[in-house]
Design a protein around this ligand. Structure first.
Ligand code: ZN
Length: 356
């Protein structure tokens, strides 16, 4: 019989955090033994930091190409680049893929590296979600968003000087994706108790520590851009690495994420992932009998949305998403159970937590 606790731990080789950390991009590429760099980016990071990236890679005497990803989803964009890369790179392993940008760029970079059997370097420019350091990539396919195991970044560079310039909204989203670990761990433990699912105490307690630190640091994050970016990116990277340790997204994603995915379905991706997840965490915390008001206060302090109105969705859409959430990933057991919430219970939950 297969040992239920058997799983593989995948970890990054190098994590560089701090001001001007991106200056170490060249040395990181060389350490991986690569000579050629394929940098994926998007319009805004290219405009703001394109020259800097060019300078750093030129100074390191590395061959590089800067590829702007188009407007398509991460998977489509990665496939387009894969064809170009196959023409460019005759010797596999000589190249390394760098994702320099937000969530879609990082996801496209992971998918490209995974499909081309190359190593991946993650250089996030916004501190908005834990995908910056996890092996998971998420991309919408046929109207549904799928999360799948792609590749653990070999190097993660959290340049605080760059991250501090991100619009405030991305800070709120990052906090939302981190407070979520409170309910994700509760769901994981519940599934372990009721369903005998593998549960890693070590990963679970680290995830709880991360969420707790973010709740306690909300004022600091709101008060100082550099310090806020530093606290956030460190926590997001640790959360992403935890997914590698646990061998599943369980410590970082539970019923609050299911709510967010259901809301994407009902309202067509109305807000940032972390913003929706934050609102989901308030409600799921109430279901778990947790201190939901404290989570709501932390989100408010950093200017993250705490109500349906603030993310431009209707009361009806929130209630609908709540009743659908349990159907998103039926194999993932959470506080929502097998049958989910009734419409009446969903409405009551959203009202009592002031989401609607
Ligand atoms: Zn998330």
């Amino acid at each position: 019989m297969k040992d239920k606790s058997r799983h593989t731990v995948r970890l990054p080789r190098r994590i560089i955090l701090g001001r001007d950390a991106v200056e170490e991009l060249g040395s990181s590429v060389k350490e991986l033994g690569a000579k050629r760099v394929v940098v994926l980016t998007s319009k805004t990071p290219l405009k703001l930091f394109g020259e800097k990236i060019r300078r750093i890679l030129s100074e390191s005497r590395l061959y590089f190409t800067l590829s702007l990803i188009g407007e398509g989803d991460a998977f489509t964009e990665a496939l387009k680049l894969e064809k170009r890369l196959a023409r460019l790179d005759r010797k596999p392993g000589e190249s390394v893929v760098v994702g320099f940008g937000g969530g879609r760029v990082i996801d496209a970079g992971k998918i490209l590296a995974w499909r081309s059997s190359l190593e991946f370097i993650s250089v996030p420019t916004v501190p908005s979600h834990d995908g910056i350091a996890s092996p998971l990539a998420s991309a919408p396919r046929r109207g549904k968003r799928y999360s799948f195991n792609a590749i653990m970044p070999s190097v993660i560079i959290g340049d605080v000087s760059i991250l501090a310039t991100a619009p405030p909204r991305y800070f709120g989203a990052g906090v939302g994706d981190l407070v979520a670990k409170h309910t994700a761990v509760k769901d994981w433990r519940l599934s372990h108790t009721l369903r005998g699912e593998y549960y890693g105490e070590y990963a679970a307690s680290l995830a709880e520590t991360i969420a707790e630190r973010i709740v306690r640091c909300a004022e600091k994050i709101a008060g100082d851009r550099l310090e806020g970016a530093s606290i956030l990116v460190e926590a997001l990277i640790h959360a992403g690495v935890l997914i590698g340790i646990a061998g599943s997204s369980r410590p970082c994603s539970g019923s609050e994420h299911l709510f967010s995915h259901a809301l994407d379905h009902v309202a067509g991706y109305p807000a940032l992932h972390g913003e929706q997840v934050g609102i989901g965490t308030i409600m799921m915390s109430k279901l778990h009998d947790g201190d939901w008001f404290r989570i709501r206060s932390a989100l408010s302090k950093v200017g993250a949305p705490v109500s349906a109105r603030e993310i431009n969705v209707s009361e009806k859409q929130v209630v609908k998403a709540l009743t659908l959430a349990h159907t998103i990933r039926p194999e993932r057991y959470t506080i929502l159970g097998d049958k989910g919430l009734t419409r009446k219970a969903a409405e009551e939950l959203a009202r009592s937590t002031m989401v609607i």
